[in-house]
Design a protein around this ligand. Sequence first.
Ligand code: UT7
Length: 319
Amino acid sequence: MSFSILSTGRALPKTVLTNEELCSFVDTTDEWIRSRTGIGQRHICMEESLTDLAAEAARRAMASAGVGAGDLDLILCATISSDYITPSHAGTVQEAIGASCPAFDVSAACPGFLFALDVADGYFARGRAKRILVIAAEAMSRLMDWRDRSTCVLFGDGAGAVVLGPGEGLRSLSIRTQGRTNVLYVPAARGNLPGRAQGPESYAVMDGQEVFKFAVTAMCRGLRGSIRDAGLSEADIDWVLPHQANMRIIEFAMSKMKIPPERFLINIERLANTSAACIPILLDESREQGKLKKGDLLAMCAFGAGLTSASAVIRWEID
Ligand code: UT7
């Protein structure tokens, strides 16, 4: 026995930046962004800290599960854009929600939420926890060079959270890392070592076409592998939750998988790529829209810097 998802929550920053608004300070067009990515707008943190967002998502998930801060045995946060390098994001959220259990971060870029679920799986399997809060929260806007049109148009900010409890919901989960730093990275911030020039500015750098090639393969292989590992066929899957990086990557997966396109859940037009937060936000939105029914089989897949990828099949256990 491992875990089931008991509840979900999400939070988005108030500020919405549309493609049209972006065009006022970046050399791009709404037509280019929509046709190459499917993105129409993104939310960005102008007033909120990432801790504010993550704590709001966490509180919503905890209220929906009827779980208090004192009931939590572990808090895991997936993020690459924390408010602090140290303490961990999980630590700042723990303080914000008044919990006292162990709390630490998982850094695995866009598939970070699924990597964190894998860590949680180990805690449940060892009988070390009854309630785990998993949060994925990203302020990608902080990592962007807003003069670089090849990256800044792609990402958005947001947070999603789930409360997990012991159960049979997890059917398969697989995580992968292929050490390839040069295609997508953000250099670390540097101190001012005496006598040395200041280090490089810290912005996301990406070879979009290389990531694209990796993504289309990772998406289809990951989904097929996790469906097979769960002892299922593609026809059994009720909903696919793909990483929301580019509509063309999702459409490629739709064309290759034997799963009807209408079973792919998509919110990229409104939210862009919120990195690790994409899948838990999509889960919470889909739950709120009444799409997910108890017993539904959900296939999830994400890819990102590392290069990392991860996929899972989870049975929805919420009424
Ligand atoms: O979570 C993982 C994160 N990353 C990804 O998943 C990214 C995967 N890659 C992609 O989604 C796509 O490769 C991009 C959307 C990043 C780029 O699309 P593309 O079709 O691969 O475009 P490209 O890089 O081949 O660029 C085509 C042209 C270039 O101009 P020239 O050299 O043909 O004159 C770019 O300079 O489009 C230009 N361009 C833009 N033009 C207007 C690049 N960005 C923009 C822009 N607005 N924002």
